[in-house]
Every structure is written in structure tokens, then in C-alpha cells.
Design a protein around this ligand. Structure first.
Ligand code: ATP
Ligand code: MG
Length: 573
């Protein structure tokens, strides 16, 4: 490919709307252009990257026995009514009507379609297990489409669905996908971690997310410092190790004391000269059913996902000032669990180990001291509802936990019989008994993976593509297009590389060398071959490795071999 022909509209200016690096660089380097909010055209360079990621995914899905098919993007509402999701999915679902007024949606995911397909086509245990997948555009009318390809409204996803006869079969399918995902992201040249995640609204039990490590990631991951243990979990899900009793103190008599203007834990701690660990932090929440007081130790924070799961509610919001005043009788900052009526009390396990603790008195400017959980209040629910922080012990092996930021690029779920039951999809077992299929679903965001690769691999000059997914491997740059010798040598090298099976472009534009170098760094070709007068005089050209930021001089006759061995070295990491 010749750069003079390539549709690669690079930009000098930083696009104003782009907040994150991958969005900025993919726009600037001429990979993507916006058509509407969260909707992009993938230009030729981006499409090459996408096809490489897809190819790796195909090979790994097929290796595990996956079969590729293609389902419709347009899905009839009837199936979504059957699963109950037409109403639950909410405004994220792109809905449309046909000319007869029938309801349809653009597929955000395909559990309904595939379950209905299997319901009609598979009827015996002998036909199981089945692993079926597709790579296709998905549509989600995200509340805040942003960050370019990281959160689009139209994006490419690989989605695979497994059908097994029982839970044991599902475990096998799930483990196959776990292995496949690990291979996919490793082969893409990315640093990543599989993390225990929360199953959220989709239901089901086990789930892992695969997160590409990048500072800009939205997800916080806690992982065990002990590599052999390998525990890693999403912050939402990381388990707290239940602490043992903080004080074997004899319970003292509870007292109300004046704490003027002390609303925060820090203010109360300072005023009473007690550490925050001796306090009970009480937060008031509203759900669709009730008002909730959630309690954690004063130095901890509430994990709303854990709280939500403990309550089994649909909606969970921090209560407004008015509600706090109404249920506690005091302004925010003075809430506490003692004598709190008409409110569901949820205590973190750790709160129950406190002795002679401090909490709000449900009265303006007052706190209670010598509060003993169990004696002075009885929670309705005791559960792990707090955030875990770096430095705390690993729940599996007890070693320290570290923290990292990550971008979720894939997720695997055990669905069980949720969809097969709802849609009446059954097969006959050995005894001729009808049983629902046991299902799993497994997604990879293909476009998001490309963006995550950029988030992880870039510098101030541009993208540094991992060799495995780079749009091209090599760019050949003649320093001066006015110099016949340079042009001829560059053309010959270009031809030799292409003939040798190396994906190469030649920058044949009559631009200054500086401009060509800048664009090459911006686009992020792993290798640049520079053909200049000085080198040519010695029969050599310069090989620059973008990833290692190293240059070496290579004799003209050795270029193809040198490039190939460098590429192998880079791909091996
Ligand atoms: P998120 O929590 O980021 O919204 P999700 O949990 O809704 O993601 P899944 O339904 O598990 O995502 O979809 C599978 C994969 O599809 C995700 O791991 C992610 O890589 C990708 N994906 C999901 N939503 C988007 C989006 N709006 N834009 C780009 N990729 C997406
Ligand atoms: Mg989502």
C-alpha cells in the first residue's frame, strides 16, 4: 500500500470532543470518523486492526469447538416479550416499528434469538453440547456514549452462547471459554486480567470479566500480590475478609453526647479523640420498596453493588435530605441505627465486631457512644457490603491485595436456565424427560478491544500497536522523494518486503521527512525503515523499532530478514 493512496486522514490538531487518549489518537491518526454520537466509520487502517482481532477470536472460538453463524440484527419484539426483557431493558434498547406497526428492536445482545432458534431445532441430549457464536454489530442506546470506540451506540461484538444438558456441562463450556478468552487477549499482545465480576441485571451466577490494564480504565481491579494465588476481582465484587473482634472490651453503658457541628466521621473522630475505626458510618438509601440504613465501619466505604445484591432490590439511591430528616429526625450526618424505626437496617459484617462504638443519635448535634451492635440495635441483614481497598488481605490466600485500573473488554456468564425456561426451550434426556437447556453467554467487545489496545500502548507521539494487531507491520520512508537513489532503494525494499509476506506501506508522498516520521509515529507502525543518503552511501538503511524506541543500521540485502526476525522478537514479547 502506498501512503499517497491510503485513506488515512491524519489531523494535526487535538480534536476538542475527544476526552481519552484512544479516542484522540484514533481520530488524529485517521482510523475513525464520527457519523453520530457513539456511531463511527472504521477507516481502512482501523478495519485491518479489527479484522486481525476478529481472526484471533475466530481461531480461539473454533479451537474450543465453537461454530460461527450469523443472526439477524433486527429482532421481533415478541421474543423480548417472552423473555420479559422488552420492558426491563429500558431506553438502552433501540426500538423500531415496521410498516405494519409491528415492534422490533436492534439487537443489543442475542439470548432471545438464539434460544428461540435452539428451541425449534434441537430436541435431544445427544445433540449437546453446542457452542454457537457470531461477530456482529450490536446496538445500545447508551445514556452517555463517549470515549470514542470504548462506549459506542453501535459497536462490534463477538457473542457466543453455550447449550448444555446440565450444570456440569455448563462448567466445562465456561472453562473452555475462560481458556479461549485468555488466549485471545494474550495473542492480541495485551496485558490483561480475568477478574471475578458482578452478574448484575443479566442474572445468573458465575461471571468473569476480562480487563485490559490501562490507567484510564473505568474499572478498579483488586488482585493478589501472590501470582500463584491469582485472585483478581472487580472492586464491585472483591470480597472483604471478615475481621475478628476489634476489642474484647466489656460493653459499657450507652450515652448520648453533644457533638456540635460534627457531621463527618473525621469531625466526630477529631472531636471525641477516637479513631474512625471506632465509629459506625450510617448512610440512608431509598429503594423501590423501602428506606434502608446501611452501616459500615467509620474508616470504610459502602459498596453499593454489594448492598444492592444484599437487598435484592431493583432501584437503589442515596436518600435525599428530606427523606433523611423524615426517617431519622435529624439532618444528614447524625443518623445511626439505634432506635431507628421503619427503616431496614443493613450492617456490614465488620460493624458487628465493634464494641463501645460511636454512631449518630438521630438528633441534630448529638452522637451516641458505647454503642454495642447486637445489644443496642439488631440489623435485619448482616452482609459484606463494604469496598475493599489495596493493602487489605486477599480473601483466598491472605497475601496483600494490589489495585489496578482496567477496561472491560470481555465478559463470560453462566446463565443457567433463565432464558430457556422463559422461552420454553427444552430437550429430551435419556429417560425421555423434557429439560431446559443450561446456557452460558460470552461476549468480547471487538471495537472496544481495539481502543483498549491504544489506551494501553501509546506515548506522546502516537500509537504503539502490538505487532499482532498492528494495521501494517512496516512503513518504508525515503527521506527525500527528490533523490532518485533513495526512491529506487525504498521501492525495492518495499517490493521485497511485500513479496516476503510482510505487511508494508511505503510513504511515497512528496513531504518533508519530519512530516512523514511524525505520521509514522502517530499511526504506530511497529517498524519504520528509513532510506537516507548517508546510509545508502554505506549500502545501509535504518531500522527503527517503535515499540522499543531503538534504531539499528541494516545492510540493504538483509532488510527482509532483519525485519522478519525483529517482528518475531516483538511478537514474542
Ligand atoms: P459495560 O458495563 O461497559 O456497559 P456490559 O457489561 O454492558 O459493558 P456486555 O453486555 O457484557 O457489556 O457486552 C460484552 C462486551 O461488549 C463488553 O465486555 C464490552 O467489551 C463490549 N461492550 C458493551 N457495551 C459496549 C459499548 N457501548 N461500546 C463498545 N463496546 C461495548
Ligand atoms: Mg453496558
Amino acid at each position: 500500500m502506498r501512503v499517497s493512496n491510503l485513506l488515512m486522514p491524519t489531523l494535526r490538531e487535538l480534536p476538542a470532543e475527544a476526552e481519552v487518549v484512544s479516542h484522540q489518537l484514533l481520530l488524529r491518526a485517521g482510523f475513525i470518523r464520527k457519523a453520530a454520537a457513539g456511531v463511527y466509520t472504521l477507516l481502512p487502517l482501523a478495519w485491518r486492526v479489527i479484522r486481525k482481532i476478529e481472526q484471533i477470536i475466530r481461531e480461539e472460538m473454533d479451537r474450543q469447538g465453537g461454530q460461527e453463524l450469523m443472526m439477524p440484527i433486527i429482532q421481533p419484539a415478541e421474543l423480548w416479550h417472552e423473555s420479559g426483557r422488552w420492558d426491563v431493558y429500558g431506553p438502552e434498547l433501540f426500538r423500531l416499528k415496521d410498516r405494519h406497526g409491528r415492534d422490533f428492536c436492534l439487537g443489543p445482545t442475542h439470548e432471545e434469538i438464539i434460544t428461540a432458534l435452539i428451541r425449534g431445532e434441537i430436541n435431544s441430549y445427544k445433540q449437546l453440547p453446542l457452542l454457537l457464536y457470531q461477530i456482529q454489530n450490536k446496538y445500545r442506546d447508551e445514556r452517555r456514549p463517549r470515549f470514542g470506540l470504548l462506549r459506542g451506540r453501535e459497536f462490534i461484538m463477538k457473542d457466543l452462547y453455550s447449550f448444555d444438558r446440565d450444570e456440569a456441562g455448563l462448567d466445562i463450556s465456561y472453562n473452555k471459554m475462560f481458556e479461549a478468552y485468555t488466549n485471545v487477549f494474550r495473542r492480541c499482545g495485551l496485558r490483561f486480567r480475568p477478574v471475578v465480576a458482578d452478574s448484575g441485571a443479566i442474572g445468573g451466577s458465575d461471571t468473569h470479566e476480562f480487563a485490559v490494564l490501562a490507567e484510564s480504565g473505568e474499572a478498579t481491579i483488586l488482585y493478589c500480590e501472590n501470582d500463584e494465588c491469582g485472585y483478581a476481582a472487580n472492586e464491585e465484587r472483591a470480597e472483604a475478609v471478615a475481621s475478628t473482634s476489634t476489642g474484647n472490651m466489656a460493653p459499657l453503658e450507652m450515652k448520648k453526647i453533644s457533638t456540635p457541628d460534627c457531621r463527618t466521621i473525621e469531625e466526630v473522630a477529631l472531636f471525641l479523640k477516637l479513631p474512625p475505626e471506632k465509629m459506625i458510618k450510617t448512610m440512608i438509601y431509598s429503594t423501590e420498596k423501602e428506606t434502608v440504613a446501611a452501616m459500615v465501619r467509620g474508616d470504610r466505604e459502602i459498596n453499593e453493588v454489594k448492598l444492592y445484591n444484599a437487598l435484592g432490590c431493583i432501584r437503589l439511591d442515596l436518600a435525599d435530605e428530606e427523606t433523611v430528616l423524615r426517617v431519622t429526625g435529624a439532618p444528614a450526618g447524625f443518623a445511626g441505627p439505634v432506635n431507628l424505626k421503619g427503616v431496614k437496617l443493613v450492617a456490614d459484617r465488620e460493624v458487628m465486631t465493634l464494641a463501645n462504638a460511636v454512631c449518630g443519635a438521630n438528633e441534630n448535634d448529638y452522637h451516641l457512644v458505647n454503642v454495642n451492635p447486637g445489644r443496642d440495635f439488631k440489623p435485619d441483614i448482616i452482609a459484606d457490603i463494604r469496598l475493599v481497598k489495596a493493602g487489605e488481605p486477599c480473601p483466598v490466600c491472605g497475601a496483600g491485595l494490589h489495585e489496578a485500573k482496567g477496561i472491560e473488554v470481555g465478559q463470560i456468564f453462566k446463565l443457567g436456565d433463565k432464558y430457556s425456561k422463559a422461552l420454553g426451550a427444552t430437550f429430551l434426556d435419556e429417560n425421555g424427560k423434557a429439560r431446559p437447556f443450561i446456557m452460558g453467554c460470552y461476549g468480547i467487545g471487538v471495537t472496544r478491544t481495539m481502543a483498549a489496545a491504544v489506551e494501553q500502548n501509546h506515548d506522546e507521539r502516537g500509537i504503539k500497536w502490538p505487532v499482532q494487531i498492528a494495521p501494517y507491520h512496516v512503513i518504508v520512508v525515503p527521506v527525500s522523494t527528490k533523490d532518485k537513489d533513495q526512491v529506487n532503494a525504498a521501492e525495492e525494499i518495499y517490493q521485497n518486503l511485500v513479496t516476503g509476506g510482510v505487511e508494508t506501506v511505503i510513504d511515497d508522498r512528496p513531504e518533508r521527512a519530519g512530516v512523514k516520521f511524525k505520521d509514522a509515529d502517530l499511526v504506530g507502525y511497529p517498524i519504520r525503515i528509513t532510506v537516507g543518503a548517508k546510509g545508502l552511501a554505506e549500502g545501509k538503511v535504518e531500522l527503527y523499532s517503535r515499540l522499543e524506541e531503538q534504531t539499528m543500521m541494516v545492510p540493504l540485502g538483509d532488510v527482509v530478514n532483519a525485519v522478519k526476525s525483529k517482528l518475531r522478537e516483538l511478537a514474542a514479547g
